[in-house]
Write a protein of this length. Structure first.
Ligand code: MTE
Length: 322
């Protein structure tokens, strides 16, 4: 995301011991490239985790119906080019600064307009639902994109168990607030904690996914461990990370980027090549990892999911509700 305020240099505060030495990083690159060349990557990425606890392998089935057949970005791209301002504002900061974040144990509080509410262990929230792999395009509002093999459960299936009442018109999400483990939260870059929201029919749409993993393993911290949202027809900033609270509400809930710059970031944030950001065009996007000289590819309406989601917005002026 691009903000106008001066950005604190978190990198300057990192202990040298926390930074992966370049030689280790280069070794990782070579190993990954060798794994891709040998075709072993499909069986699970050979990603040596030098600093962090090993990520657990997950069992899941590929949901082909909801997966693009575009080639996924490399594990390296997906886990080193991130937006997660709780760990810093540069793309490499989340990978560099999230090593001390503890994603377990984890609870999620369900509240608001529903018959069943309370605080639930993440395992209990997810247990009844089989995990699915879905390869989705992620289109960031900054006009770049990636293709990511997520593992998760349909959000609608999880929400339905709490029996939302007829007054539940929206669903509000809140990220964790832990400045002691998230160095970016020590600075007022955004109002903490990060919050997001969906209209209830968007939340219940079968494309909306509660994500717990990628490339077949639990989510790395920088990608929003242990639980994040993904509604692939919306700009990436709707995909709130490290969720600790979900509330069913009658009124439209606040969302962090809309609070910060309401004229630039709307509540709906549907990918729309015809509605430009006030400071740049949204007509094309740069696919991360496609090479230095890649040309920008055209952005598709609703990020290519028009057939599935256009009916949700019939009759709405998408310039007004951007
Ligand atoms: N969630 C929280 N809590 N904090 C953030 O800064 N950044 C958002 C979104 N979720 C963000 C967040 C933005 S702008 C994008 S593009 C995506 O996460 C990036 O997800 P990725 O790093 O896994 O690609």
């Amino acid at each position: 995301m691009l903000i106008k305020r001066p950005q604190p240099g978190y990198s300057a505060r990192i202990q040298p011991s926390e930074i992966t030495p370049e030689s280790v990083y280069l070794d990782r690159r070579r190993l990954l490239q060798a794994a891709i060349a040998a075709g072993t990557l499909a069986a699970g990425p050979a990603w040596p985790e030098t600093r962090r606890p090993a990520l657990a392998p997950l069992s899941f089935e590929r949901n082909a119906r909801f997966s693009t057949d575009e080639t996924p970005n490399s594990y390296e791209d997906i886990t080193t080019y991130n937006n997660f301002y709780e760990f810093g504002t540069s793309k490499g900061d989340p990978a560099a600064n999230s090593g001390r974040f503890e994603p377990a144990p984890w609870t999620v509080t369900i509240s608001g307009e529903a018959e069943i509410t309370g605080t639930f262990a993440l395992e209990d929230l997810l247990k009844p639902h089989p995990l699915e792999e879905r390869i989705y395009r992620l289109r960031c509002v900054e006009a770049w994109s990636m293709v990511i093999p997520w593992v998760g459960v349909p959000l609608g299936a999880v929400l339905s168990r709490f029996k939302p009442t007829s007054r539940a018109k929206y669903v509000a999400f809140k990220s964790v607030h832990r400045p002691e483990q998230m160095p970016g939260q020590r600075y007022p870059v955004l109002k903490w904690p990060y919050v997001e929201g969906l209209r209830i029919d968007e939340a219940m749409h079968p494309l909306s996914l509660l994500v717990v993993g990628l490339y077949g393993k639990t989510l790395p911290n920088q990608n929003g461990a242990p639980l994040r949202l993904m509604s692939p027809w919306k700009y990436g900033f709707k995909g709130i990370k490290s969720i600790v609270a979900i509330e069913f509400t009658e009124r439209q809930p606040p969302s962090s980027w809309n609070l910060a710059q309401p004229h630039e970031y709307g509540f709906y944030a549907n990918v729309n090549p015809e509605v430009d950001h006030p400071r740049w065009s949204q007509a094309r996007e740069r696919r991360i990892g496609a090479g230095l000289f890649e040309s920008r590819i055209p952005t598709r309406m609703f990020n290519g999911y028009e057939e599935e989601v256009a009916h949700l917005y019939r009759g709405m002026d998408l310039r007004k509700f951007f």
